[in-house]
Each structure stands twice: as C-alpha cells, then as structure tokens.
Design a protein around this ligand. Structure first.
Ligand code: ADP
Ligand code: MG
Length: 389
C-alpha cells in the first residue's frame, strides 16, 4: 500500500526531498451511543482501515493537496498566508484546520507541505473518516516540525478543536480520541466527562466484527442530533429541581426510575431513560468483556439498539432493517446501529464461519426492502495514528 502511494506521490509532486508516510485509522463505537454529551461512557475501538498520508515539508508557505478518493478535484493549492475555512478548498479544510489548530495552540507551522491522501474507509458513513484525516495530519505535523512534547491525546484534542472551530462541526471528543489512542485488539472505555480511560481486550478467537454501511444519504441527522441534545438538557434541568447531579450519566437505573416523574413529558422521559440506561449498559458491557462473556456483551448490544430505536428514536428504517435482519441470522452474537444514527452504519459480532452467509442474507434483505445496496466491511481492531516506517 505504502509503496504504491509513494509512487503516486512522486508522480504528482516530484521525487526529491524527505518524503514521509503516516496512517490514522477509522473507528467504530461498540456500545455507548448518545452518552457522550450526557456525561456518560463510550466504548469505541480503532480499526485497521483508515487514512494514509504521504507528506513532504516544503521550503515555502504553500500547500499542495491531492486525495486519491477525490481524484476529480485534482491538486488543490492553499497557503499559510490565508489560513481560513474556504468552501472552495473542499476536503483540504480538514488538514488545513489542523494546521490552524496547531498554530492556535502555540505550535508554529512556518512552512507548508505537499500531501497525498488515500482512505480505505467510507466517507460520511459514521466510521469517522474526517477525524481520521485530522489525526493523520496531526501526527504528520508533530513529526515534520519535531514537536515531541505533543501527546496523542493532544493530537486528538487539536483535531476536535479544528473540526469544531475551523470546520464548524459540533462533534464530541470520542472519534479523535479513539483514532489517536487506539490499540490492536483493544477497545477504549472512555469517560467523556473527564477523558479518563482504560483499555479492554477484545478476544475474538472465532468471531469477526462486521460493519454494514446503510448508504443512506444524509438527511435530517444534524438537526435531530441537536434536538436530542436539547431534550436531554431539559430533562436534566427537570431532575435537578430535586437531585444534585450535573449529568444524566451520574444516575443508576434505580435512581432514574424513582425520580423520573420529575420529567414532565413522556418523550423527554424516554430520551433521558436511554441516556441513563445506555450508560449503565456500557459499564456492564465492559465488565462482561473483561470476564470473557461475549454472549452477554452481544445481548447488551442488542438492548442498546432497541433503546435507540424505541426510546431515543434515532434509528430509522435503514438501520432497523440491517439490525433486525442481523438478529435473525445464525452465528450473530450481537448487532446494533453505531454512530449518531438516522443513517450511517451498524456493527455486528458474527461467528467467523457464518460471516459470508450473514453478508449475503442481510445484504439481500436490505436491498429488497430499501431499494439500494448496503456495503459490508469485515474489520479488525488496530492501532491508533502513527508514523509508518
Ligand atoms: P465521516 O467522518 O463520518 O466519514 P464526515 O462528513 O464527517 O463523515 O467526513 C467526510 C469528509 O472528510 C469527506 O467529505 C472529506 O471532506 C473528508 N475526507 C475523509 N477522508 C478523506 C480522504 N481520504 N481524502 C480526502 N478527504 C477525506
Ligand atoms: Mg466526521
């Protein structure tokens, strides 16, 4: 892979100088959905698929970018002297945003670079290709400019900072964190309220993680996301009239049940219930995994989907079709939607010898019901962003 990309880089940008290679993965969240902005836990892992970057520092203040995923856009040029979001610069706003974030955070970037990208994760499907581009850029900048005191967590934070403030996308920290800090065969148990985290090994001896991408075009997702956030905030405020809590994630199921009548609408009660129960499910899922109980982990994944479908109402016909068909297949340990919902992907744990049949059957049922095909990815859990030697 790297050799082929180096060759392409040299064809586009010339072969002279010190050309370096970097990689950052995509990520999938195994459980803990819509908990991050409710002071709860998430449980994502980095994948072996992601974004490759071939980069050479320049001696002037210019940038040249090329992505093999956006060939038709050709080479896109930019300059350090005009570093601001510009729609015409298309995808390069992501790497440029990270350059901007480095400078904002006190790490001067005085020279431009030439960059070729290649991603083998789908774009805009919820595997976080944008965060992958941000982290691979951060790793490259740290290496090219010798900023050894920048940690991988800093790189994650700079990535989020740039996506929030340069690209204007209201994302949490989970994606960049998982992509920067991922470890082979480990998921990350992350408390989004204070960024404390531990690794939990995922021993999949006879099972695979299968991601199904719904290919649903982006619709009302963003506005619904903001609506859910607002509903949770309102429910929290109602509970706070009696309870001394800062976030829904602080409540146990019992505490929620005995106080839920403080929430004056049935809809908001269901939203808050999801936030509370999903956080508790995430805690239980991590314990189950640590105890080697994959069956229990799978049941919690299924319960997560039901809660996202019925109480939080963020699934939609596409994700429900994928998951409900997955549940009927042989060898499925668990299956749920992953990411913000309304489209994007599902994640399933499937016995290895059932994977082919799973993809065939779920794919066929999806095509029949929805009218267009889903894409399937059998993924491995990989390391976080890094320099490629
Ligand atoms: P997601 O992060 O869920 O994949 P986003 O819409 O947040 O979806 O990010 C997708 C965008 O990130 C793409 O439209 C593009 O601008 C940028 N991007 C991701 N991967 C690449 C790549 N390999 N080359 C160039 N741009 C990329
Ligand atoms: Mg994104």
């Amino acid at each position: 892979m790297k050799e082929q990309l180096l060759k392409e880089f040299k064809e586009k940008f010339g072969s002279e100088g010190d050309i370096r290679s970097y990689f950052a993965p995509g990520r999938v969240n195994l459980i803990g959905e819509h908990t991050d902005y409710n002071g709860g836990h998430v449980f994502p892992c980095a994948l072996t698929i992601g974004t490759y970057a071939i980069v050479r520092k320049r001696e002037d203040r210019n940038f040249r970018f090329y992505s093999t995923n956006f060939e038709s856009l050709g080479v896109i040029e930019a300059s350090l002297d005009n570093l601001k979001y510009d729609k015409a610069l298309d995808w390069t706003n992501y790497p440029l945003g990270v350059v901007w974030a480095f400078i904002e955070k006190g790490y001067p970037v005085d020279y431009g670079f030439d960059m070729l990208l290649f991603g083998n994760i789908p774009n805009g499907s919820g595997l976080s290709s944008s965060a992958s581009v941000e982290v691979v850029t951060g790793v490259a900048l740290r290496d090219l400019f010798g900023y050894d005191d920048i940690s991988m967590i800093d790189i994650a934070l700079f990535g989020q900072y740039s996506e929030n403030n340069f690209n204007g996308v209201n994302c949490g920290i989970m994606d960049q964190f998982a992509i920067a800090m991922g470890k082979k065969d480990q998921a990350i148990f992350l408390d989004t309220s204070d960024l404390s985290y531990t690794y939990a090994p995922i021993k999949l001896a006879n099972e695979k993680i299968v991601i199904a991408c719904s290919n649903k075009k982006r619709g009302l997702g963003d506005s619904k996301y903001n609506e859910r956030r607002a509903e949770c905030e309102e429910a929290l405020a109602e509970l706070q009239t009696k309870l001394d809590i800062k976030a829904l994630g602080e409540l146990s199921e019992e505490e929620f049940e005995s106080n839920k009548d403080l929430i004056k609408s049935e809809v908001r009660q269901r939203r808050a219930k999801h936030a509370v129960y999903e956080n508790q499910r995430t805690l239980k899922a991590v314990d189950a995994l640590k105890a080697g109980n994959l069956e229990e982990f799978g049941k919690l994944m299924n319960a997560s989907h039901v809660s996202l479908r019925d109480d939080y109402e963020v699934t939609g016909i596409e994700l429900d079709t994928l998951v409900e068909n997955a549940w009927e297949q042989e060898g499925v340990i668990g299956s749920r939607m992953t990411g913000a919902g309304f489209g994007g992907c599902t994640v399933s744990i499937v016995k290895t010898d059932c994977v082919d049949k799973f993809i065939e059957n779920v794919g066929k049922a999806y095509l029949e019901k929805i009218g267009y095909a889903a894409d399937f990815y059998v993924v491995e859990i990989g390391d976080g962003g890094r320099v490629l030697e």
